[in-house]
Design a protein around this ligand. Structure first.
Ligand code: GDP
Length: 600
């Protein structure tokens, strides 16, 4: 085993907490990760040397060395075996660190560029962290870019702040304040970590520089401290296997492999495993379990080393035949002698089904596709939040059959005949089919970019429908005629809107005798032209009566109420184009007018 742990009789054995780095592009996620790893390697830089297999184990000895001064000052005692840092920063690995809907990341580091404050993906990250209920700390990165900053290599941030000029310190303070205010807008209380009154209520800010290493000791110590103090139960080691697949890779000489994170329990060479697969569960046997050599020995480009067994928590590359169809974001199960293989296969399948079946039961909604179970789950949850119904979901590249499934929506509700491709490939035949059937495929690799595109899509469809139905569409209105200026060619009258809204283009009728009056040409409210008159308004209107075969005074008059002339078709057109904007009163008036005009 590569994981070290100090178990005594009184205290429970702890495992290394799993840490993820999230944040907007270019805030310095990769640089921070490299810095944390490299400063932990004896003898210098390790950038690009360690083979990345999903997660890097930072042993506690390294953290202790690196944060010696800080830990001494804080009288901090390390109890954890180390930290397990997920190698690929960003949403995808965070999303895939899941098990049955809950997140497996114990603590996240949200990176914010101190010079930029909150950015679009910062907010998306916050939403993901909330969705998974993952605690996090903020690395307020790039402090070295503050004007006149005096770099102090690898020291803890408060030591560095002591030597800064008044100007630099002032700029630092004001930028921290700005970030705190921006986080407050996101309904998060935040505080510099050494001033944090309550870690359960306030998010801690750790100023860092991935270039000079300032604040890196603080980041490590704070992460360790939080896990030990507040989340000790979460990181208590358990024997029960918990292992999740982050990525599937085919490697020359090894064949299909998966990069997995072993959260709890032990994996051994020769274990019979069950993994969720595209199509069907995969049953296989572990050929080898590879881990990078312990960090301290990583001086030259080294091969991954094989292990007889690996104990949690640890990142591990698993080699086993048939894994090429494994679904990232699902659990890896081990079939022991006591287990029923069929039960485990069903369990593996149900994990996928639980996400795939999370769709609109009415069968009306958009079609959604993502590359992994974790990202699909996050995407569906996002669409729920922005109230877009989902009818079809799938994992993996978009095939023609997915487009066919989506095309059914053209009859059910055309606005949902649209495919959302989140970070997936689109097969050429699928694109062709989509073009032929006029199905839009929206493709993005970040969730939040879909929101605006969907809004535009739905608005464009609404506009088009309104244009198409403009001639048939009639709003319900009931008018009292209060003055007559002119009786024909055109008719000019003063009216009060009793119910509903009066719009230009509305055909008018007198219910008694079903006498057509003409079409509203112009509306004036207090001498000013308006498009719409609302309930209670008194307006003067001109009515084009040229095509009506009726006469004022003979077929209709100002003593009776006038209505807009509605029909079955006009009601349908109104509902289609404006359904979401009809008020309760509009609906009630339509109902009343349907009785008056005997419309079914
Ligand atoms: P990522 O997209 O979040 O992974 O960001 P990167 O780690 O790729 O960094 C983006 C750019 O910012 C690179 O040019 C880095 O060298 C630079 N950078 C990252 N961290 C720092 C920092 O703390 N200080 C300064 N001055 N530059 C940084």
């Amino acid at each position: 085993t590569t994981s070290t742990s100090s178990s005594s009789t009184e205290e429970p054995e702890l495992r290394s907490p799993i840490l993820c780095i999230l944040g907007h592009v270019d805030t310095g996620k990769t640089s921070l990760l490299d810095k944390i790893r490299s400063t932990n390697v004896q003898g210098g830089e390790a950038r690009g040397i360690t083979q990345q297999i999903g997660a890097s184990f930072i042993p506690v000895e390294n953290i202790r060395d690196q944060a010696k001064d800080l830990a001494e000052r804080l009288k901090f005692e390390f109890k954890l075996p180390g930290l397990l840092l997920i190698d690929t920063p960003g949403h995808e690995s965070f999303n895939n660190l899941r098990s049955r809907g809950s997140g497996l990341c114990d603590l996240a580091i949200l990176v914010i560029d101190i010079m930029h404050g909150l950015e679009a993906q910062t907010i998306e990250s916050i939403n993901l962290l909330r969705m998974r209920k993952t605690p996090f700390i903020v690395a307020l990165n790039k402090v070295d870019r503050i004007y006149e900053w005096r770099p102090c290599r690898n020291v803890d941030i408060r030591e560095s702040l002591k030597v800064q000029s008044r100007h630099a310190a002032q700029e630092f303070d004001s930028r921290v304040k700005d970030t705190v205010a921006q986080l407050a807008v996101q309904e998060l209380n935040a505080s510099l970590y050494w001033k944090n009154p309550d870690h359960r209520k306030y998010v801690s800010l750790v100023p860092t520089s991935a270039v000079t290493g300032e604040g890196i000791p603080d980041l490590m110590v704070l992460a360790t401290q939080l896990m030990q103090k507040i989340m000790a139960e979460k990181v208590t080691y358990r024997d029960e296997l918990q292992c999740t697949i982050l990525e599937v890779k085919t490697i020359e000489g090894l064949g299909a492999t998966v990069d997995a994170v072993l959260v709890n329990g032990v994996l051994s060479e020769g274990d019979k495993i069950v993994v969720s697969g595209f199509g069907a569960p995969i049953v296989s046997t572990i050929r080898s379990l590879l881990t990078p050599p312990p960090l301290r020995e990583t001086r030259v480009k080294t091969q991954l080393i094989p292990n007889k067994s690996v104990k949690a928590s640890m990142g591990v590359k698993i080699v086993a035949p048939g894994l090429e169809k494994a679904v990232p974001g699902t659990s890896l199960l081990v079939c022991t002698e006591d287990d029923d293989l069929e039960d485990l296969k069903a369990q593996a399948q149900s994990e996928i089904d639980s996400v795939l079946n999370d769709v609109e039961t009415s069968g009306v909604g958009v079609s959604v596709q993502a590359s992994t179970l974790g990202s699909l789950e996050a995407f569906i949850s996002f669409l729920k939040k922005i109230k877009v119904p989902v009818a079809n979901v799938a994992i993996g590249p978009i095939h023609k059959k997915n487009v066919m499934a989506c095309s059914i929506m053209r009859e059910k509700d055309p606005k949902y005949a649209i495919m959302l491709a989140f970070d997936v490939k689109i097969e050429e035949s699928a694109q062709q089919a989509a073009n032929d059937m006029k199905i839009t495929i929206m493709s993005e690799d970040t969730i939040y970019l879909f929101e605006k595109r969907l809004e535009d899509h739905f608005n464009a469809i609404k506009e088009k429908l309104r244009d198409e139905t403009a001639n048939t569409c009639v709003w319900p209105v009931l008018l009292d005629v209060i003055r007559v200026f002119r009786k024909k060619d055109p008719i000019l009258v003063g009216v009060r809107v009793k119910e509903g809204t009066l719009r230009i283009g509305t055909p008018l009728i007198q219910a008694e005798g079903m006498a057509d009056i003409g079409t509203v040409q112009n509306i004036k409210l207090n001498e000013k032209d308006v498009q719409v008159a609302n309930k209670g308004d008194e307006v003067s209107i001109s009515i084009n009566d040229s095509s009506a075969s009726t006469t004022f005074g003979r077929h209709f008059d100002d003593k009776k109420v006038w209505f807009s002339k509605i029909s079955r078709d006009s009601i349908d057109a109104l509902k289609q184009g404006w359904g979401d904007e009809l008020s309760k009163q509009d609906v009630a008036l339509i109902k009343y007018m349907k009785q008056v005009f005997k419309i079914q």
